[in-house]
Design a protein around this ligand. Structure first.
Ligand SMILES: CC(C)(COP(=O)(O)OP(=O)(O)OC[C@H]1O[C@@H](n2cnc3c(N)ncnc32)[C@H](O)[C@@H]1OP(=O)(O)O)[C@@H](O)C(=O)NCCC(=O)NCCS
Length: 163
């Protein structure tokens, strides 16, 4: 069985992260974009290793009591193996530690896989940003009261499914 480890994403991961971006997106984040993101004080970036190699990563921007998920990406070879869920669990934990009360993000309207992942985390579509991706609209998703007991039960249930 593969060894999976969730940890902080660091500048030494950026070559591997850009390789994953390039495999996944037509307009990938560059090393410079990652460097700028990692340097911001109000960001948390996590990477997940599979047998010692970067298999995915994600980030969150913390503004007041809102946590804005900036990205979640899993290497195509490791999809639907719960790595995206692991990264999200880590990001939500970090957001809660920082005092977040709600989670938000934008996602391509055609991206049903990612929307499924976010729905599992209690995020619901609340609106559309027209032309957000130039070629496509974004769906805006939110989860509120993530510091409450109901949400902590949801997280516990997700964690249980990870065992
Ligand atoms: C979205 C993404 C991160 C999901 O990662 P993953 O590790 O494959 O997801 P998980 O195995 O943790 O799946 C969690 C849930 O997401 C949803 N999901 C994931 N892949 C799916 C797919 N191909 N089709 C439908 N739903 C899917 C399901 O609800 C799934 O729960 P289930 O297995 O109980 O049905 C991954 O598909 C990816 O990297 N996509 C490209 C980058 C991207 O679009 N990122 C999001 C940008 S906003």
């Amino acid at each position: 069985m593969a060894t999976v480890l969730l940890r902080e994403l660091t500048t030494s991961d950026l070559e591997a992260a850009v390789a994953i971006e390039t495999a996944v997106y037509s307009q990938p984040w560059s090393k410079g974009v990652f460097e700028d993101e990692l340097a911001q004080p109000n960001r948390v970036y996590l990477g997940v290793d599979v047998d010692g190699r970067l298999g995915g990563y994600g980030g969150v921007m913390l503004v007041g009591d809102e946590a804005h998920i900036t990205t979640v990406v899993v290497h195509p070879d490791h999809r639907q193996g719960r790595l995206g869920t692991r990264v999200m669990l880590g990001l939500v934990d970090a957001a809660l530690d920082a005092g977040a009360r709600s989670l938000t993000l934008e996602v391509r309207s055609s991206n049903t896989a990612a929307q499924g992942l976010y729905r599992r985390f209690g995020m619901a579509p609340v609106g559309v940003r027209k032309g957000y991706y130039l070629d496509e609209d974004a769906v805006i998703m939110w989860a509120h009261d993530v510091d409450g007991s109901e949400y902590s039960e949801r997280l516990a249930a997700i964690r249980e499914g990870m065992l």
